[in-house]
Design a protein around this ligand. Sequence first.
Ligand code: ATP
Ligand code: MG
Length: 304
Amino acid sequence: MIGVVPASIDDLQRRLRSERYIADRGLATSVFLALKLQRPILLEGEAGVGKTEVAKVLASVLGTNLIRLQCYEGLDISHAVYEWNYPRQLLEIRLMEATGALGNDRGPAANHLFGDEFLIKRPLLQALESDGGPPPVLLIDELDRADEEFEGFLLELLSDFQVTIPETGTIRATQPPVVVLTSNRTRELHDALKRRCLYYWIEYPDYTKELEIITTRVPTAGVELAEQVAAFVQELRRAELYKAAGVSETLDWVTALVALDKRELDAETINQTLGIVLKNQEDIQSVRGERVQEMLNRAKHAGT
Ligand SMILES: Nc1ncnc2c1ncn2[C@@H]1O[C@H](COP(=O)(O)OP(=O)(O)OP(=O)(O)O)[C@@H](O)[C@H]1O
Ligand SMILES: [Mg+2]
């Protein structure tokens, strides 16, 4: 791990930025500490605020691999950790029978059949194995979607960084991976899991941060357009809608406006492209027209 950790919070913030990720001081501090203390970091926040991206960008910053486990309901050990390749094992047994290699002593055959070549390694096992390089970044994405039993299993894994495979033994990480967990908070995660992790809640960005994200991610957008979009999205988030716009929506919107050769926002264009920023029909209906005009006036005023 030594030599991989950025020298300071500033250094980390700079390196994240050079990978086109804008992290405020709070986030950079938490990530820095997670690296320094070798603790997992749990990132929570609304959809599209840049949780998953932290892990991706961190892998680039550290010059290491990203191993991603996408969680979903029903996710189990065979998809998260390992699974024996039964069809291949069966085929091998047939071959051994046919060639007479399956002798009376079953020991060597069993050893062979439960060897590495028949083991399907899923993300969590991959993350424990080292190729001699820097430890990977292990992204456990959207953990709130997985069942609570899986969370319990994860708890063990995160404390020992080891997995026991009954047929072969225990595999222990020589260097623990850098673990980033994310949750959209559709349910509360267990306290025990939270206790193992550093925690950071990623807020929707303020105007300045979002403007920076826009100019970094969509450099083809004109300054005026970028400023107006950043201000308009702030207005939208204040509008108490059913589903607020995330950073991903902002970026999609700017990209679309650039594709339409827009250099400035106007009410007609906003009304026509609202579906890119807002993904809920009631929300779109409630702002389209008069409210768009009001928000645009305020946004233009804020930008000057
Ligand atoms: N601070 C940021 N700097 C640069 N890009 C950002 C930032 N925040 C978000 N983005 C961009 O916004 C998009 C959405 O980010 P990401 O997928 O990480 O969000 P998320 O919080 O994981 O969302 P979800 O909960 O829907 O999975 C990505 O394209 C990412 O590049
Ligand atoms: Mg995500």
